[in-house]
Structures are given as structure tokens and as C-alpha cells.
Design a protein. Structure first.
Length: 405
């Protein structure tokens, strides 16, 4: 294990030890089972969207919603133009992050340039002619989309749907409530509209309730991080012990001050009963190396064998990584811990939890741990544990992975 007080000579030895070990095979972590061939492009019906303008996991939520919508409505999904990925200056596309071949094996998908060549350049007024789903209450996380239709009033299915809608407390949409939704050549979701968990937003009334698990399975198998990222993460995993725990610790520019301002000593106290004394702990963090070494390491390495990104940089060749790929690799590493402790309200922490669920790493619905709440005394104060809690983007929920193949 690493000792962050070692002199340079000892660090050189450590780097050598890390570099010569064998990497773990991707097959030991692979949870997705995509369809074997691509779905043909529907050249007459399209779904175009602008993703939520924020971090990569917020953009992923947008993708999962419209991917599910395209599958349900038999439309070709059009990925947006390449974008600048916050908080970096890199220009990337969804296909740089997620496996494009697998994405296309359940839903027909075009990149923006392909869409321009096929349709947009020949129909320059497509946006004005499209059904624009400018539903401003979607970002409030309170709306729901009922598919395929709202049941007739007075039926048990209608009452169940209204109960679900009541828990959301927002508007209800379905193909039969939006004029032209089924017939229009193009459905368009504009900027800052599509953002929450796809499995929270869609509701499938009986007898269509089987479509929910089908949608969850489709996303699990076809929207996953590129296999190259899993291969890169396996280099770190291969030199960590078989049993270790992980933590995502975010401060930096995080917009929630009660989480951003947590001190390492408070995090240590909050998580004391979750982690085992002396165990290896990998910490994924946006802290600068200097701040992490000065504030976090002195507090935590008294009780744990501490690891973080800069212990493992020698495992990667020049040009092999970008500022965008590093946090994605760390996300995978963090998903493999015996226990994982996340930053509350972070969608990065949330997706690590879902990856753990996909990989069978979560054995109990109580395995949701946070740096900002002391376990177990304060967990009755966590919003997800309070009566009347409305499911939203603030964390992942086990329905997204439970019972899937």
C-alpha cells in the first residue's frame, strides 16, 4: 500500500511495483449484454434533443430519457453536436464516453453530422415544424410521462396513474395529451428540459407495466461506458487488494455548501462505523493534489491505507488519458469497493451507486452511504429516508437495477 510520507526513492520502488502487476480482465466486471446487431435507421421519424448543460452524468440522464423515448415511439434518436464538457475545455460527444455500437443495437441512433446529411440539410425548417416538447416543469423533477396512454377515468389503472402523478406533484404527459406527438416527423426536446432519472420519469400503467423492466434492461445493456475505460480502470483495480472500500469526496465548485464545506475530520467521524480500521480506501476526489495531501491525507491515513489517483499515474502512457476520461476511470474503480461512500446530491456519486447495482455489488437497499451524514445516527435525516420523499435525481434507486438480467 502507498505511504504518502515516503521519500522519492521509495516512491520510485512503489511505482515499479504498480507497473509490473498483471491487469484484471474486463470480463470479470462486464455487466452488459447488448443485442448482436444494429437496428435499422428509421428515415421518417426522429427524436432530436439538447442535453442538460452540466456535468457528464447530468448529460447521461438526458440521454437515457430520450433513448427510452425513441425506443418506445419507434424513432431514430439524433445525438446532439459535440459539446464542451464542464468543467473542462475539451470538446467531446456522447460517443467518446459511451459505446456507440452497443447503443445502436437496441435503438436506431445517428450522430449530428449524419442527421444533417440525411434530413436536416434537406429540411432547413425542421425545428419550426417539429413538435417541440418545451415542458419547463420537467427540470423540477416532478413531472411524469405516461406510456402508451393515460388510462380511462374511473378505472383502477387511472387511479393508480393519478396516485403516481400525485407523488410527482407536477404535470402529466403522454402521447395522447400532446397534439401531433405520434404523427410528427420530428420530436424535439430543447435545451434545459430533459433531466432526471429515466426510470423515475416514465410510468407504465397496467397492462403495460412490463415495459418498465424492459426499458431498464435496455438502458443497462446498451448505454454503458466504453470498454476501453473499463480496461484502463482494471490497471488500478489489479494492483489494489481484492477487498477495499471507496469514497467519492467532492468539494471544489460543488454548488451545495453543506456538502462542499465538509471538513475531512467530519467525514472521518461520519463514516467511522462504515469502514473497517486498517482497510484499503480509494478516494476519488476533485481536490487538487496539494490540498488533498495537506487536508485529507493527514486525517485519514491514521486509520486507513489510503489510495488516490496520483498513486497510479505511472500505469498510463502519455496521451492515453484526457481530463474527461480520468473521472470516468475513477468512477469505475469506485464502483468496485466493498463499501462505497458518496457525496450527497452528486450525480457522479449517484451513478457509481447504480454501477454497483448493475455489478451485483449492493446486497441491501440500506447500502447508501454519504460523507455528509453520520452512520447510523443521522440517516433518518437523509431526505431519501424521510416520509413522503419524492424520487428524483438526488440519488439512484434500486428499481433501476433490481431484478434485471
Amino acid at each position: 500500500t502507498s505511504n504518502h510520507n515516503n521519500d522519492n526513492n521509495k516512491k520510485d520502488v512503489l511505482v515499479h511495483i504498480y507497473s509490473v502487476k498483471d491487469v484484471r480482465n474486463l470480463e470479470t466486471m462486464k455487466y452488459w449484454h447488448p443485442n448482436p446487431s444494429e437496428v435499422p435507421i428509421n428515415t421518417e421519424r426522429f427524436l432530436v434533443f439538447e442535453p442538460w448543460q452540466a456535468g457528464i452524468n447530468n448529460r447521461r440522464m438526458s440521454l437515457e430519457i430520450v433513448y427510452t423515448m425513441a425506443a418506445l415511439t419507434n424513432r431514430t434518436l439524433v445525438l446532439p453536436r459535440p459539446f464542451t464538457q464542464y468543467p473542462y475545455s475539451n470538446i467531446i460527444s456522447y460517443t467518446d464516453v459511451y459505446d456507440f455500437k452497443h447503443m445502436k443495437s437496441a435503438v436506431p441512433v445517428l450522430e449530428w453530422k449524419e442527421w444533417e446529411d440525411l434530413y436536416a440539410s434537406k429540411n432547413p425548417n425542421w425545428k419550426q415544424q417539429a413538435i417541440s416538447c418545451d415542458w419547463k416543469d420537467i427540470p423540477s423533477q416532478l413531472t411524469c410521462f405516461v406510456y402508451p396512454r393515460v388510462p380511462p377515468e374511473g378505472t383502477l389503472e387511472y387511479n393508480e396513474t393519478m396516485e403516481w402523478r400525485g407523488r410527482r406533484t407536477g404535470s402529466i404527459y403522454s402521447p395522447d395529451t400532446v397534439p401531433g406527438f405520434n404523427e410528427a416527423p420530428v420530436i424535439y426536446f430543447p435545451d434545459a428540459v430533459v433531466f432526471t432519472h429515466f426510470y423515475v420519469w416514465f410510468y407504465f400503467p397496467r397492462p403495460y407495466d412490463h415495459m418498465g423492466p424492459q426499458a431498464y434492461q435496455r438502458v443497462k445493456d446498451h448505454i454503458h461506458l466504453r470498454e476501453e475505460l473499463w480496461d484502463l480502470s482494471s490497471r488500478i483495480l489489479s494492483v489494489l487488494p481484492r477487498s477495499f472500500s471507496t469514497m467519492h469526496y467532492r468539494r471544489g465548485d460543488f454548488q451545495y455548501p453543506d456538502q462542499r464545506n465538509l471538513k475531512p475530520s467530519q467525514i472521518l467521524e461520519n463514516t467511522y462505523a462504515i469502514l473497517q480500521e486498517g482497510e484499503d480506501l480509494y478516494v476519488a476526489t476533485d481536490e487538487s493534489p496539494d490540498t488533498f495531501k495537506a487536508e485529507f491525507i493527514p486525517v485519514f491515513e491514521k486509520r486507513y491505507k489510503l489510495h488516490y489517483w496520483y498513486d497510479f499515474t505511472s500505469l498510463f502512457k502519455d496521451g492515453e488519458l484526457t481530463p474527461v476520461t480520468i473521472p470516468l476511470i475513477e468512477m469505475i474503480v469506485a464502483s468496485r469497493g466493498r463499501a462505497f461512500i458518496g457525496t450527497y446530491l452528486s450525480t457522479y456519486s449517484g451513478y457509481i451507486t447504480r454501477l454497483r447495482g448493475y455489478q451485483g455489488m449492493i446486497k441491501s437497499k440500506n447500502e447508501f452511504y454519504w460523507t455528509g451524514y453520520k452512520w447510523p445516527e443521522q440517516y433518518n435525516r437523509v431526505p431519501m429516508n424521510t416520509p413522503g420523499h419524492i424520487k428524483s435525481w438526488v440519488q439512484e434507486y434500486e428499481e433501476s437495477w433490481k431484478g434485471l438480467k
